[in-house]
Design a protein around this ligand. Structure first.
Ligand code: UD1
Length: 421
């Protein structure tokens, strides 16, 4: 196991390029099951992508990876995602819709709870039942069957679940007739998935709005596609400069999909200047001001940026109120930030941060992906040395994070942990 050792106090300076989106790559890779042929470019090299490729290979598909391009081809021989792989990544449930749509039967291990809350998949299952699948949950596995194939349906989601919308959208592309998904998630990754599916010949309209319409096809064809840039990684760099200070130019910056985050950091006093369609310059001039956020489904403030925003607010002047409405129990990083000297009070789904003048290096432990990013960011700004344990969480979702930060002047090293985690 490895940890990060960070010598804090250095401002960030230079240029950095945002990688391809993790949360768009995963569903699009699972969509390859629908056509049996996909060439996907700009795929980030990280652990969740490795896990997805392993699941596809386990099913019998050929998966070739060359740097940032993944090629999938062939037929599924075993429509199954086993516990050993699913437990490494909740998004494995995204195999369910494509498998049952194309192969009429799927067995996918039920994703368990995770550090940021219960995260059930009931809405995925209810939606697939509406599309005509018979669902049974047995021995920890979801078994979905549709011997006659799926048929289009009108589905209204109780909550605009991102993964649920993706699963149903993929399944509906091969269902007989028309499917309407209402109260659908509007996240940019849904739009990216719809575009990729269209390249495969799917008929989809309305992605990015709360009503998505899909006309099912008998089959889809092979396609090539390039994944969008990672808006959360881009936002994380805003937070890094907002916390550690400095001036950084960010390339491949998905501006339109980050407006809520840009607005909040700007309100806090961070200077964000758009230099081109996909390029911004971010600069910290003096301390930020305490600023409130409430997480919400897109286009609201993303829950995946909540931890990093909190890190920035730890050193802001005044008080910030941070409310989490998407996941329960997503404040584990707050307790670790306290170890660095942050003044934070947690009350249910709300956190009150009183800005302090300085953070001080300490040993901290990452509990989930975005929490680990917040601790790294705080460590960059803290005096002396911060050691972040369990960075395998960070490796799930950030491509070459420490190399990118080092190129910006940060002192951060990956070293073997003396603990057994
Ligand atoms: C996706 C993202 C994750 C992000 C989240 C919210 C991927 C791979 N992951 O996760 O990074 O934090 O969106 O933007 O894209 N829910 C149910 N029943 C369901 C499904 C969800 O109750 O069947 C609840 C969840 O418990 C949670 C909320 O809905 O409280 C949001 O979950 P969802 O939008 O489904 O998130 P994910 O797709 O898992």
């Amino acid at each position: 196991m490895f940890k990060f050792v960070i010598k804090g106090g250095k401002e960030l300076k230079g240029k950095v390029k945002v990688s391809g989106s993790k949360n768009a790559s995963l569903p699009i890779l699972f969509a390859s099951i629908l056509s049996g042929e996909l060439e996907l470019a700009n795929v980030p090299q990280l652990r969740d992508v490795d896990t997805t490729c392993k699941i596809l290979s386990h099913m019998g598909l050929n998966v070739e990876r060359e740097k940032k391009t993944v090629k999938v081809s062939g037929e599924v021989k075993k429509a199954e995602a086993p516990y050993e792989l699913v437990k490494m990544m909740r998004a494995s449930i995204l195999a369910l819709g494509p498998l049952v749509a194309r192969y009429r039967r799927a067995v996918v291990s039920l994703p368990g709870g995770c550090a940021i809350g219960l995260r059930p998949v009931d809405l995925h299952l209810k939606g697939l039942e509406k599309l005509g699948a018979r669902i049974e949950v047995k021995h920890g596995y979801v078994i979905a069957e549709a011997p006659e194939g799926l048929r289009g349906a009108d589905i209204t989601l109780d909550f605009p679940t991102v993964g649920g919308t993706e699963n149903l959208m993929m399944a509906a592309t091969l269902a007989k007739g028309k499917t309407v998904i209402r109260n659908a998630a509007k996240e940019p990754e849904i739009v990216d998935l719809a575009r990729a599916l269209r390249e495969m010949g799917a008929e989809i309209e309305g992605e990015g709005t709360d009503t998505i319409e899909i006309k099912g096809k008998a089959e889809l064809r092979g396609a090539t596609y390039r994944v969008m840039a990672d808006r959360i990684e881009a936002g994380t760099f805003l937070a890094a400069v907002g916390t550690a200070g400095g001036e950084v130019e960010i390339e491949d910056f998905p501006y339109e999909s980050l407006t809520a985050v840009i607005e909040k950091f700007s309100e806090a006093g961070l200077k964000i200047e758009r230099l081109g369609e996909k390029r911004v310059r971010v600069k910290k001039v003096g301390a930020l001001k305490g600023t409130d956020i409430t997480t919400a489904p897109y286009p609201g403030f993303p829950t995946d940026m909540q931890a990093q925003f909190m890190a920035a607010m730890c050193l802001a002047e005044g008080v910030s109120v941070i409310k989490e409405t998407i996941f329960e129990n997503r404040f584990m990083h707050a307790l670790e930030l306290q170890r660095l000297g942050a003044d934070i009070k947690i009350d249910g789904n709300t956190v009150v941060v009183k800005g302090v003048e300085k953070l001080y290096g300490a040993k901290v432990t990452a509990t989930d992906l975005r929490a680990s990013a917040s601790l790294v960011i705080a460590g960059l700004a803290a005096e002396n040395t911060t050691e972040v344990y369990r960075i395998y969480h960070l490796d799930r979702g950030y491509e070459k994070m420490e190399e990118k930060l080092r190129a910006l002047g940060a002192e951060i090293e990956r070293v073997k942990s003396e603990l057994n985690y």
